[in-house]
Design a protein around this ligand. Structure first.
Ligand code: SF4
Length: 388
């Protein structure tokens, strides 16, 4: 069977394919993932916990894209995996089309959507396709597995036709040739295309793309991002995209009309449309990321080499022992005394983004609080008043 709409062609059943709506496909509500670090012995001896994700909320809508950006170890991958049901949160909830994912797993009788259908509707593309594809199996066999599991009504010929069609979707032509290859006979970009095709075979509502282009040669990245976005329209899929690269995040979010979410020590500190996040960043950490993004402007590049980074302290705090108050206060050049004891929530700004910084609130006590002079000092000089 072949139609113009790939969703009609491959939708396993009607459980996961619903009419577009304004309701979120995925709701992440106050999610925390805390765990004891180290091996068995260290875990037994310590009360400390890594706050990998600490109270994160966001919604993902149909055909939406949210790009999680932050330094390594900020919790982006843990948040992404938790959001698609691969990891169990310590606290908070993840809802797929209104159904709590873990309620569906633990109390299947009360669930409106089966856990297996939820899992099938949320797929992942890993950073390194070489590890994600079984090196001893041909592409055809790799793509056959999910079809055999979820599309049991397909016979061998229909399965083969479906595989060829999906190889065409991801620009692997001629598909009959690529289907017979082993992963080691593919380039890095081609392997990632197979991984994308395998994820799309399930007609998912959500794909987590975990640094899915960072292992590719720079010259191939834009092509892969364009393919992902073209197929997003074709398949009506939403993406959680993880990236440490603000330039890639901007490209993806801008083309798809999505949002960028900046993460720091397990929290989203700023989220909004790319033009606001990059054109007019509000959170001091977003400004640091923007400052450290490579530029093609030679004058700006020269100027940055001569500047100190816009932080009070370069080192990232230990996630087992995060700072009190605002977690960014040890590095924030704008930090004041109140930031050391009070934790900001995500506030609405005058624009379209939300930010967790007291500076977004005109009347907050922050503006009359004492400035912090340096990373080793308790307090510095007195504030000069509102807006200074
Ligand atoms: S709340 Fe204070 S420490 Fe945190 S980002 Fe804003 S100014 Fe900096």
């Amino acid at each position: 069977m072949s139609t113009d709409d790939p969703a009609d062609d491959i939708a396993p059943d009607d459980t996961t394919t619903t009419e577009p709506s304004d309701d979120p496909v995925l709701s992440v509500e106050d999610v925390k993932v805390h765990y004891k670090p180290g091996g068995i012995v260290k875990r037994a001896l310590t009360d400390k916990k890594v706050q990998a994700v600490d109270g994160v909320s966001f919604d993902l809508y149909e055909n939406d894209i949210v790009v999680l950006v932050g330094e390594s170890g900020c919790g982006k991958t843990t948040l992404g995996k938790t959001a698609i049901g691969l990891e169990n949160p310590t606290d908070g909830s993840i809802k797929y089309r209104g159904q709590d994912i873990w309620e569906a797993k633990n109390n299947p009788r009360d669930a409106d959507i089966e856990f297996n259908d939820i899992r099938r509707s949320m797929q992942i593309i890993h950073q390194d396709p070489a590890n994600a594809l079984n090196s001893s199996r041909r592409v055809k066999a790799i793509l056959s597995d999910p079809l055999k599991k979820w599309r049991t009504e397909l016979g061998p010929k229909e399965r083969e036709d479906t595989i060829y069609r999906f190889l065409e979707y991801v620009d692997m032509m001629p598909p009959e040739d690529y289907a017979e290859r082993y992963p080691h006979q593919l380039s890095g970009g081609e392997k990632q295309r197979v991984a994308l095709g395998r994820a799309l075979l399930m007609n998912p509502d959500v794909i987590l793309a975990d640094e899915a282009i960072s292992a590719l040669d720079v010259s191939l990245r834009v092509g892969m991002m364009d393919l992902i976005l073209d197929l997003q329209d074709t398949f009506s899929t939403s993406y959680i995209f993880i990236s440490h690269d603000l330039a890639n995040a901007r490209y993806l979010a801008k083309r798809a009309g999505g949002r960028i979410a900046i993460m720091y020590l397990g929290e989203i500190v700023e989220i909004g449309p790319p033009d606001e996040i990059l054109g007019n960043p509000t959170h001091p950490y977003t400004k640091v990321l923007k400052w450290s993004t490579p530029t093609v402007d030679p004058d700006l590049a020269r100027q940055r080499i001569q500047e100190d980074p816009p932080v009070r302290e370069v080192d990232v705090p230990d996630p087992e022992d995060p700072p009190s108050g605002c977690k960014f206060h040890t590095r924030c050049p704008e930090a004041r005394e109140v930031c050391t004891r009070e934790e900001p929530e995500l506030f609405d700004t005058a624009g379209e983004s939300d930010v967790s910084c007291f500076r977004a609130l005109e009347s907050h006590e922050y503006w009359n609080s004492t400035e912090l002079a340096g990373p080793d000092d308790e307090y510095g000089q007195e504030s000069t008043g509102v807006g200074d």
